[in-house]
Write a protein that binds this ligand. Structure first.
Ligand code: FAD
Ligand code: NDP
Length: 453
């Protein structure tokens, strides 16, 4: 990868999940690398994504722990929650992580250049007032929230702003039905807000297994979340002295103190100079790449959310590692099969592999195993919440095609099952696996009778 004609062998635009990993790995292999970042090191995940979100999920889970403790003999007075204290503690942790990222990059010999970068030509990057030349360029600029252009849209905020709200509003309306909407509904409800989730379709989390979607919807209603499905948003109106009204086309109205747009994200590819150089973008602005993350202009690569393949941190990191292999002369494509995912809702969702619908659509003859039960914690606590687990199995090969769960720790539990699916595990091998008792996860290896043949 080393070429002395240019200032660098590789300039990475964006120090987020993918960019940092690619820069460090390339430098570790001996390349001269610079990374340009216009914001804070670590990108979306560290600053306004996975990390602060998960800290808030933990904060919300304490509400359950306080509620449940009484059933186990604990006597305590009603606890009080301080939003400013949570935000301050979260900010300290993020600042610590920003420092960790800086040290990791410095320690790898990567030069950090602060500022907004764009491409002047195929080998020249402009960063603020300076410019540098490079053999190869990696675009790793991530994405940003998308807000539909309805009247009054500016009255709502996007997820980036949630992390710095001065206080927790008493009533929150969340528009959208994807990961962010569902996760923040659980967080805000747990921390004490009244929450309405407004989604245009009949059931949220499109693309997840239908049993997962229906189970989670039922449990969220039990937690007091107002699920408003089949509601398009026509406009937002300011209510004098009394918050914001979300208005639907058929007269539906939801009033709240804060409205959060959680209607998806779009790639950060504007004003980078890409199109002028002949780098193709798709209709959504995503950089078009081949299986080796190379754009339509040789020597310019793109990974992570700006390519709109699968917007998850471990995927951006996987693409980074595959790319560095490729740049080192060993063409390596990221494998997108059986990527596990979790929604940090309350209760959590975890899944890996195919949903029942996708398995059928792919032509599999399938057997379905499903179990719904009350987790042991909820016996003494009296909490009316059930866990749902489901296996989608290919009848002919006996391969387990999909594992799905709604319940506590679903994300943690799913990681191990993802390894099993990567290894091509069969239902017979699940059955031959001894459970760990008493856990919820053991149910995945003790389901014997299919509910559908
Ligand atoms: P990013 O991490 O977004 O990094 C891009 C960087 O490029 C940014 O720092 C940006 O400032 C910089 N940049 C952009 N343009 C320029 C420019 N012209 N010049 C210089 N710098 C530039 N994923 C999970 O796997 N698990 C989760 O639990 C999870 N939770 C999430 C919660 C929220 C609220 C959000 C919004 C996302 C979440 N994600 C989660 C998704 C995850 O954060 C992203 O998939 C991941 O961060 C993508 O990494 P990336 O490297 O592609 O981009
Ligand atoms: P998602 O793509 O997950 O969901 C977007 C939601 O907004 C969908 O319900 C969609 O509806 C709805 N929507 C889109 N456009 C409109 C519109 N014009 N009017 C009304 N509703 C609309 O996006 P998120 O913003 O929730 O998250 C972005 C991505 O970040 C996720 O897809 C995921 O990849 C990543 N992420 C991962 C997390 C994790 O791993 N735990 C957590 C948070 C984010 P419809 O389904 O009908 O199209």
């Amino acid at each position: 990868m080393t070429n002395s004609v240019y200032d660098y062998d590789l300039v990475v635009v964006g120090a987020g999940s993918g960019g940092v990993r690619a820069a460090r790995m390339a430098a570790a292999r001996g390349a001269r690398v610079a990374v340009a970042e216009e914001g804070r090191l670590g990108g979306t995940c560290v600053n306004v994504g996975c990390v602060p979100k998960k800290l808030m999920v933990y904060a919300a889970q304490f509400a359950d722990a306080f509620d449940d403790a009484g059933g186990f003999g604990w006597k305590s007075s009603a606890p009080a929650f301080s939003w400013p204290d949570l935000i301050a503690a979260k900010d300290d942790e993020i600042a610590r992580l920003n420092g960790v990222y800086r040290r990791l990059l410095d320690g790898s010999g990567v030069e950090i250049v602060e500022g907004r970068a764009s491409l002047a030509d195929r080998h020249t990057i402009v960063i603020g007032d300076t410019h540098c030349t490079t053999e190869a360029v990696l675009i790793a600029t991530g994405g940003r929230p998308f807000v539909p252009g309805v009247p009054g849209a500016e009255l709502g905020i996007v997820s980036d702003a949630v992390f710095t709200l001065p206080d927790l509003p008493p009533r929150i309306g969340i528009i959208g039905g994807g990961y962010i909407a569902v996760e923040f509904a659980g967080i805000m409800r747990g921390l004490g807000a009244e929450v309405s989730l407004i989604y245009r379709g009949p059931l949220f989390l499109r693309g997840f297994d239908d049993d997962v979607r229906a189970t989670l919807a039922g449990e969220m209603v039990k937690r007091g979340i107002n699920l408003c499905f089949n509601m398009e948003v026509e406009r937002l109106e300011e209510l004098i002295g009394d918050g914001i009204r979300v208005c639907g086309p058929t007269g539906d109205e939801i009033d709240s103190d804060l409205v959060l747009w959680a209607t998806g994200r779009v790639p950060n590819t504007a004003d980078l100079g890409l199109e002028a150089l002949g780098v193709e973008l798709d209709g959504n602005g995503a950089v078009v790449v081949n299986e080796y993350s190379e754009t339509t202009l040789p020597g310019i690569y793109a990974i992570g959310d700006c390519t709109d393949r699968m917007a998850l941190t471990p995927v951006a990191i996987g693409e980074a590692m595959a790319l560095v292999e490729t740049l080192n002369g060993n063409p390596t494509a990221m494998n997108y099969d059986n990527i596990p995912t979790a929604v940090f809702s309350r209760p959590q969702v975890g899944m890996v592999g195919l949903t029942e619908d996708k398995a059928r659509a792919a032509g599999h003859e399938i057997r379905i195993f499903r179990s719904t039960f009350r987790p042991m914690l909820n016996t003494l606590s009296g909490r009316d919440e059930h866990t749902m687990m489901k296996l989608v199995v290919d009848r002919i090969s006996d391969r387990v095609l999909g594992v799905h769960m709604v319940g506590p720790d679903a994300g943690e539990i799913m990681q191990g099952f993802a390894v099993a699916l990567k290894c091509g595990a069969t239902k017979a091998q699940f059955d031959a696996t001894v459970g760990i008792h008493p856990t919820a996860a053991e149910e995945f290896v003790t389901m014997r009778e299919p509910v559908e043949e």
